[in-house]
Design a protein around this ligand. Structure first.
Ligand SMILES: O=C(O)[C@H](O)[C@@H](O)[C@H](O)[C@H](O)COP(=O)(O)O
Length: 266
C-alpha cells in the first residue's frame, strides 16, 4: 500500500500504488467483513454499485477467495440500479452477474435485484418493500438508532462530479429522509432512469467503502475528504458519513493526488 491512515472525521484512507494492489486489498477487506458478519449474524448482506467497482472486485473470483469465502451466506443488493432490462448492457445487475456473481457459488434466491418490468418509481417502491421484508426477518440487520436497514457492507463508486450510488449533486433526492429507496428520471450520467438507496440507508450501514480510481476524480476526492471551506453545497460523497458504521476509502494514487498532505513522486 502506498499510504494508509485514518482521517479525523472522514474515515480510513487506503491509497494504493496500482489498481492491482487496490484490487487485492479490496478483496481482502470484503472477505474479512464477510467472515466476521457470517460469524456474528450467520449471513452477509452486501450492496453493490455499478461502474468500475465490479472490475476492481474481480480478485474475489480467484484463489484463495473463491474457495475461502462462504458465498452461500451472501445476500446481494444494489445501492443503485439503472432502470433497464436485466440483460441490457447498462444494467448494474448484469455487470455484477457477468463480472462476479456467475463466477462464485452464490445462491440465486439470495440475489435481490430490481423488477425491471416496472417504472422507476414502482421499481424503487417494490425494492424498498423487498428490503423491508428482509429487515423483518433480520437477513438484513436494523439500525439501533432509526428503523433503517443496517447492511453489513455497502460498496460505492464515485463519479468525477462527486456522485455516489445515483445521488447526484444538487438533486432533491439528497434530502430524501422518509424513503429507503428512491428514484430519479433525470440522471446526468446516462441512462436517465435509476433507483437509489437514500443517504439515511447508506449512513446506517455497518461498513461503507468508497472505491475511487483515476486522476479525473482527484478534485472530487479532495472536496469529499479534505477540510475545505465549501463555496458550494457538499458533494454527495462528502455526505456519506456512517452514523455508527465504519467508512473506508480505497483510492489509487491518481485519485488521491490532490488530497492535502499526500504528495506522490513518480
Ligand atoms: O450505476 C452507476 O452509475 C453507479 O453506481 C455510480 O454511482 C458509479 O459507481 C459511479 O459513477 C462511479 O463509476 P465509475 O467507477 O465507472 O467511474
Amino acid at each position: 500500500m502506498a499510504l494508509s491512515g485514518v482521517h479525523k472525521d472522514r474515515g480510513e484512507l487506503r491509497i494504493h500504488e496500482s489498481l492491482d494492489e487496490l484490487g487485492t486489498d479490496l478483496a481482502d477487506y470484503v472477505a474479512e467483513l464477510s467472515e466476521a458478519s457470517v460469524k456474528e449474524r450467520g449471513v452477509f448482506a452486501i450492496a453493490l454499485s455499478g461502474g468500475s467497482l465490479i472490475g476492481l472486485m474481480g480478485k474475489l473470483c480467484e484463489a484463495p477467495y473463491n474457495k475461502t469465502v462462504d458465498w452461500t451466506k451472501w445476500y446481494i443488493f444494489w445501492a443503485d440500479e439503472r432502470v433497464v432490462a436485466k440483460n441490457h448492457a447498462d444494467s448494474n445487475y448484469k455487470l455484477a452477474k457477468d463480472g462476479l456473481l456467475s463466477k462464485v457459488p452464490i445462491v440465486p434466491s439470495h440475489v435481490h435485484s430490481i423488477n425491471d418490468s416496472l417504472s422507476a418509481e414502482e421499481a424503487a417502491n417494490e425494492y424498498e418493500f423487498d428490503i423491508r421484508q428482509l429487515v423483518k426477518t433480520r437477513t438484513i440487520g436494523v439500525s439501533d438508532i432509526s428503523d433503517c436497514p443496517k447492511f453489513d457492507l455497502i460498496l460505492l463508486g464515485m463519479g468525477p462530479d462527486g456522485h455516489v450510488a445515483s445521488l447526484f449533486p444538487s438533486q432533491s433526492v439528497l434530502d430524501a429522509n422518509d424513503e429507503w429507496v428512491t428514484f430519479i428520471t433525470d440522471s446526468p450520467k446516462p441512462p436517465p432512469e435509476r433507483i437509489t438507496f437514500t443517504l439515511p440507508v447508506i449512513n446506517s450501514a455497518s461498513n461503507v467503502a468508497v472505491v475511487v480510481a483515476g486522476e479525473d476524480k482527484a478534485e472530487a476526492v479532495h472536496l469529499a475528504i479534505d477540510d475545505v471551506v465549501p463555496d458550494c453545497p457538499p458533494l454527495p460523497a462528502r455526505m456519506v458519513q456512517p452514523t455508527k458504521g465504519k467508512l473506508v476509502w480505497f483510492l489509487d494514487k491518481s485519485a488521491a493526488s490532490k488530497l492535502d498532505g499526500y504528495q506522490f513522486s513518480e
